[in-house]
Design a protein around this ligand. Structure first.
Ligand code: SF4
Length: 256
């Protein structure tokens, strides 16, 4: 269910694996993308409702003066999911942030090209935001260089917007990683991460249901990855790309 709500605070802090905190704005709370590997599924309430934080831009304007750090847009939502077409809350927040000196990062993997409408706004910033573009959108994962977010990333880059691409998580056997790399403009850095799915809860079951529905030929391979810690696919990938500084391997345990 979609619910419009008023929020008191525009900014939240999110603890990172290295114990640092980052400052987050979520124009929406809840996500329409429904990635079957989403880490938020560890929260049992996740996905039941999507909250539209309709006063978020006003709150950003009121509270921005207290924030010295970099600001990330999108943690418990994708800021360019379909609701943004209707509400434009991400756009409203960006309009406020365009007047500040904080560096802004936008995290998205929505496959609707909506962010391209905001290019003039992004270019109007003192320092344009960095777009952290995800290539693991489940509607696009098997498309190699035809993944629409590769086109979007290249378009942003051509407009002078800094873009980093994230194949996080890599979905073994399903993705055409070579094709994705080939399709991306060479100066775009690429980050890799393995599937990090907690077993015994919602995450592994939902991922396996999705595999069975869309790619049943890989059912057994994913059983091994999820329940037997089979890293062979990732080890081969690591061996292939580790020497190229364009690629960053997040987390450890990639090597053979
Ligand atoms: S885009 Fe991010 S927050 Fe949304 S469902 Fe996917 S992983 Fe979760």
């Amino acid at each position: 269910m979609i619910k419009e709500v008023l929020v008191d605070n525009a900014f939240t802090k999110e603890r990172q694996p290295d114990n640092s905190d980052v400052i987050i704005i979520d124009p929406y709370t809840g996500c329409q993308l429904q990635c079957p590997y989403c880490f938020q599924m560890n929260d049992s309430e996740w996905g039941k409702n999507i909250f539209v934080n309709i006063n978020i831009a006003d709150r950003v304007k009121q509270q921005l003066g207290d924030i010295d750090d970099d600001i990330y847009i999108g943690s418990k939502c994708d800021p360019y999911m379909q609701l943004e077409k209707t509400y434009r809350l991400t756009q409203q927040c960006l309009e406020v942030l365009s007047k500040c000196k904080n560096h802004v990062y936008i995290t998205t993997k929505a496959d609707n090209e909506l962010i391209l409408k905001d290019v003039p706004l992004l270019k109007s910033f003192f320092t344009p935001p960095t777009v952290l573009m995800g290539l693991s959108n489940i509607n696009q994962v098997h498309k190699g260089m035809d993944n629409i977010n590769i086109h979007v990333a290249n378009e942003l880059k051509a407009n002078g917007i800094d873009v980093w691409c994230f194949i996080t998580p890599i979905l073994p056997y399903i993705m055409n990683i070579d094709g994705m790399i080939e399709g991306l403009e060479r100066s775009v850095p690429i980050y890799f991460d393995k599937l990090r799915v907690m077993t015994g809860g919602n995450q592994d079951k939902k991922l396996l249901r999705w595999i069975d529905e869309k790619f049943p030929q890989y059912h057994n391979a994913y059983l091994k990855i999820l329940y037997e810690a089979d890293l062979s696919y990732y080890q081969n990938l690591y061996s292939k790309y580790k020497a190229d500084s364009r690629f960053t391997f997040l987390t450890d345990e990639w090597g053979t």
